[in-house]
Design a protein around this ligand. Structure first.
Ligand SMILES: NC(=O)c1ccc[n+]([C@@H]2O[C@H](COP(=O)([O-])OP(=O)(O)OC[C@H]3O[C@@H](n4cnc5c(N)ncnc54)[C@H](OP(=O)(O)O)[C@@H]3O)[C@@H](O)[C@H]2O)c1
Length: 235
């Protein structure tokens, strides 16, 4: 069955790859990105998937931008089956020591990686509520695992994504009575601008697994931390 997705950060990397997989499977995608006019790959895809792909301007740190995005999406659909909070940043240098790490980078990472999904998820709840099996997936990282933490580094990224993990569980309990599934997903280590050239997974490999997982999510998985293939991970 064809489903309706909203994906943030859909102009490149894993977000773009998931968009491509879903379009190839006949789903409808609202591809949200900061500068749709510069999103050449999405614009090309739009030509070959007329009606199935909508480009939506969305900056996850801006309430005003999100409100505009809600208006634009609501004008084209009455329901969203899945909100995929994929947009994220990794501050550099990733290995800054405790004494060097910049608090401004901690704050920026928190704004995008933790508060971004909070803002986007609650703004799109009215459209999710019109779906039969509404799902929210927050893109986290293996680097957010507390039990798996065994080195220094990744202060802004790890702390903000660990915050996202707690946000996921908190939202999951808030939305449980409405049967809205909320999970966080680790895509694996993926060759993108963020993951770098040494990553073992191609974006399309991770994206194929993620698309299957997003489509199959049920309330049995709500509040869990999942790998791209849907298998649960340790917090
Ligand atoms: N690649 C990996 O190995 C890996 C591993 C674990 C988790 N992840 C997570 O997976 C997600 C996607 O990562 P990726 O590897 O595809 O990264 P990427 O290639 O760097 O893409 C990041 C995306 O997020 C968007 N974005 C950043 N800040 C934004 C903001 N303020 N508002 C809206 N969009 C914003 C970017 O938009 P612009 O083009 O406008 O900058 C871009 O579309 C991230 O959440 C990342 O933390 C990735």
């Amino acid at each position: 069955m064809s489903e309706v997705f909203l994906i943030t950060g859909a102009n490149r990397g894993i977000g773009l790859a998931v968009t491509k997989v879903l379009l190839s499977q006949g789903d409808k995608v609202f591809a949200a990105c900061r500068e749709p006019e510069k999103a050449d790959e999405l614009k090309a895809l739009q030509k070959s998937h007329s009606g199935a792909l909508e480009l939506v301007p969305l900056e996850v740190v801006s309430d005003a931008s999100i409100a505009e995005a809600v208006k634009a999406v609501s004008a084209k659909t009455r329901r969203l089956d899945v909100v995929f909070n994929n947009a994220g940043i990794q501050a550099q240098p990733y290995n800054a020591h405790l004494e060097q790490v910049e608090l401004s980078k901690m704050r920026d990472s928190f704004e995008v990686n933790t508060l971004g999904p909070l803002r986007v998820s609650r703004a799109f709840l009215p459209l999710l509520r019109n779906a039969a099996n509404p799902r929210i997936a927050n893109m986290t990282s293996g680097l957010a695992s507390l039990s798996g933490k065994n080195e220094g580094a990744f202060y802004p990224y790890g702390v903000s994504k660990a915050g996202l993990n707690m946000l996921t569980r908190t939202m999951a309990f808030d939305l449980q009575a409405e049967k809205i599934v909320v999970v966080c997903l680790d895509p694996g280590w993926v060759k993108t601008d963020m993951g770098g050239p040494n990553a073992p997974l191609k974006p399309e490999e991770s994206a194929t697994a993620i698309a299957k997982t997003l489509k199959g999510l049920t309330m049995k998985q709500t509040s869990l931390f999942l790998y791209n293939d849907g298998n649960p991970l340790n917090w």
